[in-house]
Design a protein around this ligand. Sequence first.
Ligand code: F6P
Length: 356
Amino acid sequence: MRVGLLTSGGDCQALNATMRGLVKTLYQQRKDIEIIGFLDGYKGLMYENYQIMQPQDFEDILNKGGTILGSSRCPFKKMRVIENGFDKVAAMKKTYQKLKLDCLAVLGGNGSLKTANLLSQEGLNVIGLPKTIDNDTWGTDYTFGFQSAVDIASRYLDEIQTTASSHSRVFIVEIMGHKVGHLCLSAGLASGADMILLPEIPYDIEVVARDIEKRIKTGRRSILIACAEGAISKEESMLSKKHYKLKVASREGQSVVYEIAEKLSHYIEKEIRVSCVGHAQRGGQPCAYDREMATLMGVEGAKLILNKNYGQLVVLVDHHLTSIPLLETAGQLKYVDIEGSAVQNARLMGISFGDV
Ligand code: F6P
């Protein structure tokens, strides 16, 4: 049995752990397994850049960050792109057929899973494994890499906390997460942030300023704001998609926290500083929870392959590992439930979301 394997999109900590779980199970359960590792994500599949993997390639990689196969951003935004007469989907299908693959396992986030679904719709045998520090894949409670990123962002916030306190400053710390706030919410809660700004809850700068003043009046020396990179203001949330994109482009790649700090400086006296956790959130070793879950998700992926249950994505729902059709998850994002217990309980204990 020939199984293709690729890691696509922004990397995260437990990619190797997932591949190890999947491949070890396949080797254990069948004698005729051959693993073809495509290099740098879908590019490898597209341009026939691959490596025939050996069992020892998957030894001792459980706690290794990054990905032994390399990764790249998904090759296209629109579903089927023909560039200079080169049909990317046709090229991927051709490699799959030429190598006589029985199946392709894709470790990826939303964009990559959309492509996995497309290939599945095109008749290839594909399974998906949900990777991303953003935890925004629809249909699963958890994506591997998320918990390691939460740990890193929380420790970063802890460290900011001490210097913020020494200097009696307001700190706005940017946390990754793309268009959703799961990472920021979890890290903010885990590190005792005073305020958490999320894309799902547009902030009002006057409310943010008033809240800071109130806390200072009641004796708080420093203020820690955990701010998701996708955080938006009330005004921005009312813009059309096109105008919002123009607004974001006008930042010229500068993080949203600079803009918030600038706006805030018109309302408050206290010194304001900004800081970004950045790509460290995706780097280094996976935490124990990610290692464990990624391993088990990998095994679940192997079970899908062994049972020829293709077109599926491995998911964790209510603490149970299962799978759902790739078709169901493709193109959908999982947002923070703003009526859910995490946000509501945070509000009850006085954490502000900058909206009321
Ligand atoms: O999807 C993971 C993620 O780290 C997001 O949180 C972030 O917006 C993005 O990738 C950064 O992408 P890149 O590594 O391409 O700059």
